[in-house]
Design a protein around this ligand. Sequence first.
Ligand code: EPU
Length: 292
Amino acid sequence: MPLELTANPLLRERTTLRLGGPAVVEAVVREAADLDELSAFLTRETLPPFVLGAGSNLLAGDGPLELALVRVADCPGPERVERDGEAIIVRCGAGLRLPGLLGWAQRAGFSGLEGMTGIPGTVGGAVAMNAGSYGVEIGDLVTRVRIWSPTGGLAWLDRGQCVFDYRHFTPAGTPGKCLIWEVELSLRESDPKGVRRAMRDVYEKKKANQPVTARTAGCVFKNPPADSAGRLLDKAGLKGVRLGHMAFSDKHANFLVNLGGGKAADALELMDMGRRRVLEQFGITLEPEVIV
Ligand code: EPU
């Protein structure tokens, strides 16, 4: 199937926060054979490319946005499963959604990912930002990552060539930007009921502390060393503060919620307000986690 191109793709239809105006074009890559066409597309295209996953960690501007979006198409499930001693090595396409992977792992009785219950991103997006919650960062489970770049083509990087930091992934020795194409993760054999119980426990904790059913992009700021951005924003009085149709969640102050018809400009102003107040009151500079 040829590279699928869409003109004027709306970011608000592609992000969980439901914000963002039109980009110029979107290219969806379905299979490895499309990558040559992607290379030609990126050579033709003068606009900066922006790789999009499930848009679950993204605050996109109201636009128009001078960007060429690149997305790996959704894939239905893991591509390959192998046993390596005690470990279960699972290979997934970058477009696989984390909830789909977690559901599959639960049914197969494979443990390791339970802490990531409720994260709506793609596997590629999760690796690109080393997503994590409840004691699990995806980087801890990665054994290899297959990346693609127009100059280097497809290449597997071993674990030792990947640097995973807090909400950050650097493929060592890769000049320029690249696309995550496939990921290999190491899971452990367990039993489906135990995995389901652990996932349910995480979901219950999340539901009690985070606005899990609202339109959000997850936490908007990274946690400063040994502290919580949510705690600081809460102490600084930001919980529930609203501007237009955007608000800091009244459940957890580090989430911005789109109450319906919100604007990115209001979200950015709220983030500025939060950053300013936390700096004034605690002398701590918050760094955004969502890409803006
Ligand atoms: N807290 C408050 N008020 C708030 C929010 C939190 O006082 O409005 C307090 C809590 O009571 C707790 C402490 O702050 O004592 C930490 O809160 P929580 O356990 O909710 O964790 P967090 O540090 O706010 C981090 C991650 C989340 C992840 C949770 C659970 C970041 C920025 N946040 O939140 O990740 O789900 O731990 O593991 O790293 C994300 O990255 O998008 C994200 C949501």
